[in-house]
Design a protein around this ligand. Structure first.
Ligand code: ADP
Ligand code: MG
Length: 346
C-alpha cells in the first residue's frame, strides 16, 4: 500500500489531469462521463478501494434500469450505460488486483531461516498481541515457514484459545512437572503451538529464567521462526532469558499513551541490545500520519491493522481470522507482514 503522502500526491496529479481533460472535452457530454469513471478508477487504485463496489453498483443500476424500462426508456438506457461503465471499472480493478498478487507471488523466493526468535510485545495488555501473534504464526505457516508459537504471557495466557487447541499438558508441565517438551507442543493451522497456564511470580525465581533459556536452545534448531507472545510490559527478565538473538515487534493502538509505552519498551530493548524490528499499529479506525509517528518514535511502522469486528468474532470461534477469512483486510495485511518479516530476518 502507498504511504499517505504518496497517495495525496498521486491524487493531486489525478485531479489536475481530470480537470484539464474536463476542460478540454467541455463540449462532449459522453467523454465527460467517461472521464468521471476514469477518475473513479484511478482514485480506487490509489486508495486501494474495494473492487467489488463498482460491480455491486453495476448490478444495482441494471436492476433499476429493468424496473424503469416500461415507464421511461431513456432513463433506463442511461442507467444501463452507467452500469456498463461501473462494470468495466470493477473488472479492470479486479484485473489489476490479480496481476499485482500474481507478480508478488512470482517475485517471492522466500529465503530459508534458522531459529529466529521474535517477541510480540506491548506496554499494556489488550492491544492485540495474542491476536497478532496467532494470526502471524498462521500466515508464516501459509508461506511454508516452520514456525512455533510460544505463550510467554505467564499472567494471562490465552494462545490456546486463540489457536483453538485444548492442551492436556503445557509449558508449565515442562518447566515444573518433568513433562517432555514434545508432549506440550500442539499442531494447529499449520504451525506448532506451545501453550502455558498462569505461573504467578514466575520471574521472581532466577532458576525459572534459566529453564526458559534451556528450552529455547533446545527447540531453536527445529524451527525457522519462534514467535513469542509476551506479557505486557518491558519484561527485562524475558529479554535476558532469551538473549540478544531475539528481535521485538511492538504492538500498539494508535493513541498517544500506547505509542509512548512502545517508545519506552524500545529504549529498554535497545539497552539490552535486542533489535526492535518495528511497530504494528492495531485497531486503526481513521487515517494515520505514518511519517510523523515514525519520525517521533524513531522506528518504522511495519503494519497498519484495521479495527474489524470479525477479528473478535474469530477469536470467539477460536479460529485465527487469517485461516477463516483470508480475504479480509486484516488478514491480507498480516500476510504482507509475514513476508516482510521473512525478508527482514534473512
Ligand atoms: P493482548 O494479547 O495484547 O492482551 P488480545 O490479542 O487478547 O490483546 O486482544 C484484546 C481484544 O481486542 C480481543 O478481544 C481481540 O479480539 C480484540 N482485537 C484485537 N485486535 C483487534 C482488531 N484489529 N479489531 C477488532 N478487535 C481486535
Ligand atoms: Mg495476550
Amino acid at each position: 500500500m502507498l504511504k499517505k503522502r504518496e497517495q495525496e500526491l498521486l491524487l493531486a496529479i489525478t485531479i489536475v489531469a481530470f480537470l484539464i481533460f474536463m476542460f478540454a472535452f467541455r463540449g462532449n457530454k459522453e467523454l465527460k462521463i467517461l472521464l468521471i469513471f476514469a477518475f473513479y478508477f484511478f482514485a480506487s487504485l490509489i486508495y486501494d478501494l474495494d473492487s467489488r463496489y463498482p460491480i455491486i453498483a453495476a448490478i444495482f443500476l441494471l436492476i433499476s434500469a429493468a424496473i424503469v424500462l416500461s415507464k421511461n426508456e431513456e432513463l433506463a438506457n442511461n442507467l444501463a450505460i452507467y452500469a456498463y461503465y461501473f462494470l468495466v471499472v470493477g473488472v479492470a480493478l479486479q484485473l489489476v488486483e490479480y496481476l499485482r498478487e500474481h507478480r508478488e507471488e512470482e517475485e517471492e523466493e522466500l529465503p530459508e531461516l534458522r531459529g529466529k526468535c521474535i517477541a510480540i510485545a506491548s506496554g499494556k495488555g489488550g492491544v492485540g498481541k495474542t491476536t497478532i501473534a496467532s494470526n502471524l504464526a498462521v500466515a508464516l505457516a501459509k508461506i511454508e515457514k516452520r514456525c512455533i508459537l510460544i505463550d510467554f504471557d505467564f499472567s494471562m495466557p490465552n494462545l490456546d484459545i486463540a489457536m483453538g487447541i485444548k492442551p492436556e499438558k503445557n509449558l508449565k508441565d515442562f518447566l515444573f512437572n518433568n513433562a517432555e517438551i514434545e508432549e506440550c507442543i500442539y499442531y494447529a493451522h499449520g504451525c506448532d503451538v506451545l501453550p502455558t497456564l498462569p505461573i504467578p511470580n514466575f520471574f521472581k525465581k532466577e532458576e525459572n529464567v534459566g529453564k526458559l533459556k534451556e528450552l529455547i536452545n533446545k527447540i531453536k534448531e527445529k524451527y525457522e521462526i519462534l514467535l513469542m507472545d509476551f506479557p505486557p510490559g518491558s519484561n527485562i527478565e524475558l529479554l535476558e532469558a532469551i538473549g540478544r538473538d531475539m528481535s521485538l515487534i511492538l504492538v500498539t493502538n494508535p493513541e498517544k499513551l500506547s505509542l509512548l509505552d512502545s517508545f519506552n519498551i524500545a529504549s529498554i530493548a535497545r539497552e539490552k541490545e535486542n533489535k526492535v524490528i518495528g511497530i504494528i499499529l492495531n485497531r486503526v479506525e481513521e487515517e494515520i500520519d505514518v511519517d510523523s509517528i515514525e519520525n517521533e518514535m524513531g522506528l518504522p511502522i511495519i503494519a497498519l491493522l484495521p479495527e474489524d469486528s470479525m477479528v473478535r468474532e474469530s477469536l470467539n470461534k477460536e479460529i485465527p481470522i487469517v485461516s477463516e477469512e483470508p480475504e479480509r483486510e486484516f488478514s491480507r495485511e498480516i500476510m504482507k507482514l509475514a513476508k516482510f518479516l521473512v525478508r527482514v530476518l534473512s
